[in-house]
Write a protein that binds this ligand. Structure first.
Ligand code: C2E
Ligand code: MG
Ligand code: MG
Ligand code: MG
Length: 292
């Protein structure tokens, strides 16, 4: 049978693919217990209000501090964790850590900001997701309006009826919801209007060449217009240059995130940044997802 399938079957056993599989298996094994061994960390990247230029939110981005490989990027281990289900305890740990940290910043007198946490498909499938989120908010004492969860179209669309229901329940807790990587998935506008979300995040792939590629510019303009007509907030991810920032600001984008402002950084670094900007900023500003 394998012989009949010819070349493609043969390729499966090539040494390169074998090595990749091997590496994946090793990582998969090592990922077990990584939370317990304190190898999982959260980095934070600021989101800037493009009208006031203040930090209004932070996205929590998971990292794996591997004992020998150093910092492993989520692009490498999230797919593995998704496949074997480890993303559920890891994701829950990230959520708890980020909420507790945000509460600690507030108690330390830093101007309140939102904390944004990515949710994976596997977490979204858990029947107790809403209860877990509610419990973490209660445990950490974080006011729900200072938590935002990021979801993607791809996993919402697999069962739209249920997705709307879960998102509705999450909204009822008082938290904010953002649609991440917007424009890359398969967005049916008919579904979009039914989703109880607060925010669209324009995917980095459009922002990256928004000033040089007319197609990316057209998509970006269309997403901003769509967000405005649906009364959704709009964030651009992957802002790297002043030109991109100018473009987005002129089009009325609300928030920006990207290396132009800051890379994702460890907790101590972001705490220093927040303390400095807190000292300069107007404390009466409240940074939740409510559209003003
Ligand atoms: P994402 O949620 O779309 O997060 C934004 C990613 O874009 C981050 O990559 C961030 O470092 C990167 N980024 C931000 N600004 C720029 C920029 O100006 N230029 C470039 N080149 N990149 C920029 P990161 O941290 O490697 O995370 C990759 C993805 O892994 C995330 O994409 C998200 O889908 C996933 N991820 C990260 N943390 C978690 C988590 O706690 N749970 C789950 N389920 N997924 C996570
Ligand atoms: Mg995200
Ligand atoms: Mg994103
Ligand atoms: Mg992205």
């Amino acid at each position: 049978q394998a012989k009949q399938q010819g070349r493609s079957q043969y390729q499966f056993y090539s040494p390169e693919i074998n090595a990749q599989l091997q590496e994946r298996l090793v990582l998969e094994n090592e990922l077990r217990g990584a939370v317990e061994r304190n190898e999982i960390l959260v980095y934070y990247q600021p989101l800037i209000d493009l009208h006031t230029r203040q930090v209004v939110a932070l996205e929590a981005l998971v990292r794996w501090q591997h004992p020998t490989h150093g910092l492993v990027s989520p692009a490498k281990f999230i797919p593995i964790a998704e496949a074997n289900g480890l993303i559920v305890p890891i994701g829950e740990w990230v959520l708890r850590t980020a909420c507790a940290q945000n509460r600690a910043w507030q108690l330390a007198g830093i101007s309140p900001i939102r904390i944004s946490v990515n949710l994976s498909a596997r977490q979204f499938e858990q029947p107790n997701l809403v209860e877990v989120v509610r419990q973490i908010l209660e445990e950490t004492g974080l006011e729900p309006s200072y938590l935002e969860l990021e979801v993607t179209e791809s996993f919402l669309m697999s069962d739209i009826q249920r997705s709307v229901q879960i998102l509705q329940q999450l909204r009822e807790l008082g938290i904010c919801l953002a649609l991440d990587d917007f424009g890359t998935g398969y967005s049916s506008l008919n579904y979009l209007k039914r989703l109880p979300i607060n925010m669209l995040k324009i995917d980095r792939s459009f922002v990256q060449d928004v000033t040089s590629n007319p197609d990316s510019a057209a998509v970006t303009d269309a997403i901003i217009a769509l967000a405005k007509s649906l009364r959704l907030n709009i964030t651009a991810e992957g802002v790297e240059t002043q030109d991109q920032l100018d473009y987005l600001q002129i089009r009325g984008c609300d928030e920006g995130q990207g290396f132009y402002f800051s890379r994702p950084v460890p907790v101590d670094t972001i705490t220093q940044m927040l303390k400095e900007s807190s000292r300069q900023s107007d404390r009466s500003l409240v940074h939740t997802c409510t559209i003003s």
